[in-house]
Design a protein around this ligand. Sequence first.
Ligand code: COA
Ligand code: AMP
Length: 631
Amino acid sequence: MQYNEFYQKSLDNPELFWKEQANLISWFKTAETILSKDKNDYPQWYADGELNACYLALDKHIEDGFGEQIAIIYDSPVTQTVKKYTYNEVKTQVAKLAGGLLSLGIKKGETAVIYMPMIPQAAFAMLACARIGVTHSVVFGGFAPHELAIRIDDCKPRIILTASSGIEVDRLIAYKPLVDEAIELANHKPKKVVVFNRKLGARVPFKKYDVDYDALVYGSEETDCVSVESTHPLYVLYTSGTTGKPKGIVRDTGGYATALKFSMQYVYGVKPDDIFWAASDVGWVVGHSYIVYGPLINRNTTIIFEGKPIKTPDASTFWRVIAEHKVNVMFTAPTAIRAIKKEDPDGLFIKEYDLSSLKTQFLAGERCDVATLEWYNQHIPVPAIDHWWQTESGWPMIANMMGVEFLPIKPGSAGKAVSGYDIRILNDNGEEVGANEEGFVVIKLPLPPGTMLDLWNDSERFKIGYLSKFPGYYFSGDGGFKDAEDYIFITGRVDDVINVAGHRLSTAEMEEIVASHPAVAECAVIGVNDELRGQIPLAMVVMKTGNETEHFQLEYEIVHLIRDQIGAVACLRNVMIVQRLPKTRSGKILRKLLRNIVDKIEFQIPSTIDDELIIDEIIEVIEKYAVSKQK
Ligand code: COA
Ligand code: AMP
């Protein structure tokens, strides 16, 4: 099949195209209405259809005779465990847990928060919620109680599901005290906390609201899948925006299930039965779409990997997992490959493993730099495919559609628009720019099925943030350009969102926290280039007059403030003290200018700057700081 023809079909007649795709999954009630508009005049898919995502992921395959196929492989180098679960076994676990949740009083339409490490129970919890029409919100285990509390207050869960602990390389992280602290901080109080005790020795303080996971599953009957409307929110997943408040991306059920099935086949080129491994975390959208729902709906074997590309125990882990489980298609972030490359530059570990099962390596989460791509290709002879998407889209928007036609790879480009996405590059005035000209990456409405439905409890922010800047288009927040052959190059965010080791974080949120330090008069947090993590945050602070806190003390306190409030994953490790921050005459901090100075990128001094002299001051501070860090 030719990409051009297939892609064009999806734009010429989206209703027909996506009706055919919807027919490839099972519905309890087939949708008559394929594309319609919601109360906000925003496109929605299959509005009168009914289905259940857990049914598609488990029961359907069992009914079709595939119950004994392995659904999940749990591979945990940090606990030295490998455990395999068939579709039958997963269904029993999930259906009993779902029954247990119902017995705790939760009902269809309510929400549950899941705060768990990378263990099968995290997937069971998600699927159990989906089974009974409960909207889940998974919170990444690396987030601190303060972040968890913000999410609890926003989505008001009746139940939280957690585990006793996670493991970070060789460090046990006790989750239960973090959950208790979050509940303490939150205004909304969940009724029950279901705790899966891993019995690894972590402290598990008992509270009145606690329910033991194992006892709940053991003592409960299996429950069936309920039928939900296509637009029923399967989950809310919080992501960073340009303010201190995370945004709850709402995902529908029918459009998402259709899109995931479509993407497994046409983007990832994966057939049912294949072994698919997304080395991410269930706390991110990659985990939702391509560890849990996508591969299971497509009847693949999915891998839940509890480890890191390095240090668990070394840079050979990825290759060991591929060889041991005969992985066919893998997905990771370029930062993971950079981490491996740093530890094993000559790829010596790679030679020790039989990687012949691997057909394709997908990379996303941040731009794939050419050096990483070249290193990968030098050592592993399979296509390494960069592809671009976001929490908001839920599935790839730009890729080399491996199940359609393998197009030549252009290093630095994420490929071409995926079916259903009419991607345009606009200038500030909303006009399309020419080939190779940089602008805002937008998508002409309607978006295809499976993309965000709304923001949880905040339709206004949804409209302002995504739809108002360029009427008729979805604004992605990224900049980029298209070349003459329609390959798209993403150049980075045009807002204050940064990507640290594939983790999306808000510098605005960090600024709020840094500014809360009593010694700080004002501050700017910017994302600067980092060889390993892509970007890392850097705080520049102006101290209050008369405050005499030493630099190293202030840096220590601010670093810990961020670790306590957001989590270690934010990786804010550098704090510089400056006398003043560069601003426009109207008082806006010139963050882009600061970024360019730190990254040593050629810059022009904006004509609106308040005082040019400040630039020399900043350069001097940066140089001194770099020297002090080397010592
Ligand atoms: N729970 C608790 N703490 C966590 C955590 C979790 N789930 N995840 C990360 N952290 C902590 C780490 O322990 C570390 O703490 P430290 O500063 O005390 O050492 C900090 O957050 C930073 O973590 P990380 O970025 O993972 O650093 P690292 O040095 O351990 O590993 C990489 C670096 C590049 C190997 C790692 O970030 C990685 O694998 N990134 C790929 C991410 C990815 O796949 N993203 C999915 C998008 S597709
Ligand atoms: P998240 O919502 O956490 O998946 O982060 C989405 C953001 O990550 C996008 O808006 C991009 O800025 C960035 N991103 C993801 N994949 C890519 C890619 N392949 N190339 C460039 N940037 C990417």
